[in-house]
Structures are given as structure tokens and as C-alpha cells.
Design a protein around this ligand. Structure first.
Ligand SMILES: [Zn+2]
Length: 70
């Protein structure tokens, strides 16, 4: 998986976002198609991921289980 610069004019895949996508998330067939997103949504995702990676509210010594399937 890797994030690539989106060179085709594609609409951002995020619901409610009308920007053009700046990046695409290449999954090499894991998803049916590549996920395209704009800088704003990338930033939003990053903030959410950062929250997951560094939980500050809890002091649990246990690592949260990774989600296997939705
Ligand atoms: Zn967007």
C-alpha cells in the first residue's frame, strides 16, 4: 500500500467533500479501486490516525486490538 500523488483530475472520495483529489491511496487490489482524497481530507485522516496511535486519555498498558474486519 502506498500513497501517491494523484495526477489525473479525480474528485475526492470523501463524502461531503467537493475538492479535487491531490493524492490516491494505492492498495494494489485490496480495495476495488484506489481511494482518492484531497489535502484537507489527508490532513483530517492523519489527525484521526494520530489519535489512534497515541491514546492520551487512557493509561492502559494493553495495546488496543487491531480491527480485523469492519
Ligand atoms: Zn477531500
Amino acid at each position: 500500500m502506498q500513497i501517491e500523488k494523484c495526477n489525473k483530475p479525480t474528485k475526492c472520495d470523501f463524502l461531503g467533500c467537493n475538492n479535487l483529489a491531490d493524492y490516491s491511496f494505492s492498495t494494489k487490489g485490496i480495495l476495488k479501486r484506489e481511494l482518492a482524497f484531497c489535502k484537507e481530507c489527508l490532513n483530517g485522516m492523519y489527525q484521526e490516525i494520530a489519535k489512534l496511535q497515541t491514546p492520551k486519555a487512557t493509561s492502559s498498558p494493553f495495546k488496543p486490538k487491531p480491527r480485523i474486519k469492519k
